[in-house]
Design a protein around this ligand. Sequence first.
Ligand code: HXC
Ligand code: NAP
Length: 284
Amino acid sequence: MFQKDLLKGRTIFITGAGTGLGRSMALRFAELGANLFIVGRREEPLKQTTEEIRAAGARAAYFSTDVRDFDAVEKAIEAAEKEFGRVDTLVNNAAGNFIARTEKLSPNAFNAVVGIVLQGTFFCTLALGRKWIAKKQPGHVLNIVTTYAAVNSGSGFVVPSACAKAGVLALTRSLAVEWARYHIRLNAIAPGPFPTEGAFSRLLPSKEFEERAKNHHPMKRFGRHEELANLAVYLLSEQADYVNGECVVIDGGLWLRGAGEFNDFLDLPDAAWDMLEGARKSKS
Ligand code: HXC
Ligand code: NAP
């Protein structure tokens, strides 16, 4: 389905695309014909991603924006419209997160994460959604959440992020219904672990933690960026026109490992299985 011109004619406004998964998605969208307008706070990574997209022959531009500031978001959208004429697709990917014991958090620590993730997503969605509705123009929105918001109903030690991502999922599902009459479609992706500097430096504090996380995974590996980027392409493409208000988990089965009562038997060595099975045979 990933035909060369699948996203031709589309202009995608994506947040946090100077680095990590946002950057990988932006490069893939551009490869399939889309124009990219990328935003984030630091200019240097935005500039680098933009140059990389242009070098590959596609159109791209960037704007330094803090998504917590509604006026700044509106200015970025104006700049995108000036560059490309119109924006028809939004990817809310920017996020903030860190591991902490909740009782140690300051009120501002909570605000910082909720501001980026929930408020930032709402601001971008509101600013573009209003324009699409006024112009009677269809729109596509993709929100990046986490498995601990999508299937696990939260997680200890990342409480601001868990609260914010749960809010983003509620926003996705609520507006999928409310704005369907305006031909605005909203979906979400809940990724498991995908190696990025931003996430892994903050959430897997050492190589040892990283190895442990990999060994705990049923597939014994982390996600590959192209796997997530291709899922994003599908959800944004016309081929997914009837998929609305959905959240697709892409984690190689990791969350299910915690869900099955006997799944820890994955760690049982063959010798222990032989013993168990031998005991059963000698009884029968
Ligand atoms: C406790 C912390 C903290 C930490 C910051 N704070 N880091 N508190 N533990 N590790 C507190 C600060 O003391 C401050 O409160 C408040 O948070 C705001 O901090 P600032 O540094 O001033 O904020 P800001 O510059 O806005 O930075 C935001 C940030 C930062 C979220 C704190 O980490 C950031 O910019 N992150 C962006 C990239 C990122 O996080 N990527 C990972 C996404 S991974 P006081 O009271 O002192 O003012 C993800 C899901 C992964 O989302 C799931 C994996 C499976
Ligand atoms: P990342 O590289 O740190 O990406 C986060 C991006 O958000 C950065 O480019 C950052 O750029 C931008 N950003 C942060 N605060 C911002 C603000 N206030 N305004 C504008 N932009 C801001 O981490 P990542 O792993 O690629 O994460 C991408 C998305 O995937 C996030 O939504 C994350 O929650 C989700 N996710 C990741 C994983 C994983 O394993 N990697 C797992 C589950 C979910 P600046 O700092 O320059 O602003």
